[in-house]
Design a protein around this ligand. Structure first.
Ligand SMILES: NC(=O)c1ccc[n+]([C@@H]2O[C@H](COP(=O)([O-])OP(=O)(O)OC[C@H]3O[C@@H](n4cnc5c(N)ncnc54)[C@H](O)[C@@H]3O)[C@@H](O)[C@H]2O)c1
Length: 246
């Protein structure tokens, strides 16, 4: 029995979306150091190319809002051992001020695009009878939150999807898990924290008294897709400094 062996990703082919920034870039760095063969994807070409160069990875530019683009990514990536559905957007607005275009964008990227990629990649995993799929959800799926209505709903849908996919694909050797981070300082949340949009009030509710760090979320992601978590499936693990229990 060896815990460090379980965290060795040598030769494991991992498709990671949203890899150009934030959690995705941190995950790419950790997985690369652990020996993984990375296929990185994002809509932002330049930062994606930089992360891919640092990690010796394949890079694919794609738009998760576009079903054809998602399909092309799945085809270009080919068979992978692990999918990490991390790409996402946040529209931080009161529900009554959120336009139809804005709510469609959040649902299309954070839910429909992630679901479609899970389906396309999951089919091959089921056929090969092995694989792990991790989606990055959100603590807001459990807590809700001011200016988070549509985002929280999309992330709740991902957590719910994780349960059913795990039940259907578990007998075929495929694990499906979800990681729900609390607020962590990335580009996505920096602006809202600066503007104080539920930022300071939210922090008072975090028992650990601080926002998350990208490396803390990346390490938990790594644990969940590793063989150390081989008996975990269908679960959403919350890493939020205790916010939803506060
Ligand atoms: N930062 C937080 O506090 C927090 C908390 C909970 C969940 N999350 C989730 O973590 C994930 C990563 O977010 P982050 O905080 O690192 O933010 P980020 O903005 O730094 O990274 C998101 C990445 O997704 C990419 N992306 C956005 N739209 C895309 C599209 N249509 N097609 C392809 N790629 C696209 C972006 O280019 C970016 O590289 C997201 O799913 C987000 O919802 C973040």
């Amino acid at each position: 029995m060896s815990f460090s062996h379980d965290l060795d990703f040598t030769g494991r082919r991992i498709l990671l979306t949203g890899a150009a920034n934030g959690f995705g870039a941190a995950m790419a760095t950790l997985f690369h150091a652990a020996g993984a063969r990375l296929v990185l994807a994002d809509i932002e070409e330049q930062p994606l190319a930089e992360v891919a160069a640092q990690c010796g990875a394949e890079a694919h530019v794609f738009d998760q809002a576009d079903p054809d683009s998602v399909k092309r990514l799945a085809e270009a990536a080919g068979p992978v051992d692990t999918l990490i559905n991390n790409a996402g957007v946040l529209v931080a607005k009161p529900l009554l001020e959120t336009s139809f275009e804005e709510l469609r964008r959040v649902i299309d990227i954070d839910f429909v695009g992630a679901l479609r990629l899970m389906q396309l990649v999951g089919r091959g995993m089921v056929e090969r009878r092995r694989g792990v799929i991790l989606s990055i959800g959100s603590q807001t799926a459990f807590s809700g939150g001011e200016n988070r209505a549509v985002y929280a709903a999309a992330k709740a849908a991902i957590s719910q999807l994780t349960k059913s996919a795990a039940v259907e694909w578990g007998p075929h050797g495929v694990r499906v898990v979800c990681l729900a981070p609390g607020r962590s300082l990335t580009r996505m949340t920096q602006q809202t924290a600066i503007e104080g949009q539920s930022g300071d009030r939210g922090l008072a509710r975090v028992p650990l008294g601080r926002w998350g760090k990208v490396e803390e979320i990346a390490k938990m992601a790594m644990f969940l897709v590793s063989d150390a978590a081989s008996y975990v499936t269908g679960a959403t693990v919350i890493a939020d400094g205790g916010y939803v229990h506060g």
